[in-house]
Design a protein around this ligand. Structure first.
Ligand SMILES: [Zn+2]
Length: 342
């Protein structure tokens, strides 16, 4: 997926949304309050009230911890000193970020989401917000990142978002970089953009695969299944991103998918359907068993050739009893069994 092309487009819509959303007003919600001086000036009662409020309203960035706010208050009252020290640590000159991050979970009801929001409120040019939305959004944009809120992923998010601030003038700090995630995951317009993008990529790839098939279909070498299979396995190993066929450059991924479609005789591996087009060619789709974003490979044993119906069934249905070997893939989807030779 072309991440930059998507972002350039998405940020135009994000900008329009941002100007009219409360995110815009909340950017300065704690101005003058999340500072060393202010926090140190609070009495114990005021300190408890302040952080009770901060956690309840999710730092005005994420939805608040309404269900646990009273438990947090009780916890805070009986662990006041250690929590206060922890809260003030980021202001010290020898602040050790990694160490602080790894200790967040020592404090009950104060999770990584709200803790990183707190840091972002201290300095929105340095600290990223890391919550479920952050990871989900970056993943859907096309970054290969897991959904675990840990130090490694924090650093990756931070690096990506700092790059955003340098690339896109509207994203001038990490508060706005986080608001972009909210826009993409939490608003109808943003969700639509993500869906359109995935769909567009699928259409573009399918189109390219059709073009490649037109180019290679007459190739004598490929009429022999054994030779075709060898060509597929040889190409799986190639590290090159592109391939040239008859003076035109294609994505190697699409070349491989075209070869696999031919190898499977353009026939759905689940229901044996073929779809003949008016021009004499066949329509069929390639589907990854293990998604690329989960580390799945473009290889014969990770690709199913499916008709559009079975493809959507595979994507959206309830999958059980999966058996996947080099020879066979079988699965029960919505109560019905499917089996494909690999
Ligand atoms: Zn089918």
């Amino acid at each position: 997926m072309d991440i930059n092309a998507f972002l350039s487009k998405a940020i135009i819509e994000f900008e329009k949304w941002y100007e009219n959303d409360e995110h815009r007003n909340n950017i300065n919600a704690y101005d003058g309050k999340i500072t060393k001086e202010y926090i140190e000036s609070l009495t114990n009662n005021e300190f408890v009230d302040f952080f009770y409020e901060f956690v309840s309203e999710g730092g005005k960035i994420q939805s608040g911890g309404y269900r646990t706010k009273n438990l947090f208050r009780e916890y805070l009252e009986s662990n006041l000193e250690s929590f206060k020290n922890f809260i003030l640590e980021p202001f010290s000159n020898n602040f050790n970020f990694d160490n602080w991050f790894n200790r967040i979970n020592e404090f009950n009801y104060f999770g990584i989401g709200i803790a990183t929001i707190y840091l972002n409120r201290i300095n929105k040019d340095i600290y990223s917000v890391l919550n479920n939305k952050t990871l989900k959004a970056l993943r859907e944009i096309g970054y290969n990142i897991s959904l675990t809120k840990n130090l490694k992923n924090y650093k990756e998010v931070n690096e990506i978002q700092i790059k955003f601030t340098k690339t896109y003038s509207f994203i001038d700090d990490l508060y706005k970089a986080d608001a972009l995630n909210h826009f993409l995951i939490g608003t109808d317009k943003g969700k639509q953009l993500l869906r359109d993008n995935i769909y567009k990529e699928f259409i573009d790839d399918n189109f390219e695969q059709d073009e490649i098939i037109e180019e290679i279909v007459e190739d004598k070498e490929l009429q022999d299944q054994t030779k075709l299979k060898k060509l597929i396995t040889d190409n799986q190993k190639s590290k090159k991103e592109t391939i040239e066929i008859n003076l035109k450059t294609y994505k190697r991924h699409n070349y491989l998918m075209a070869l696999i479609k031919k190898y499977r005789k353009y026939t759905c591996q689940f229901c044996s359907t073929t779809i003949l087009k008016e021009n004499g060619e066949y329509y069929i789709e390639a589907c990854h068993i293990k998604a690329k974003s989960d580390g799945g490979k473009d290889s014969l044993d990770n690709i199913l050739i499916l008709c559009p119906n079975c493809h959507k069934l595979f994507d959206y249905g309830k999958k059980e009893k999966i058996k996947h070997t080099k020879e066979i893939y079988s699965v029960r989807i919505n109560g019905k069994d499917y089996k494909a030779e690999m």
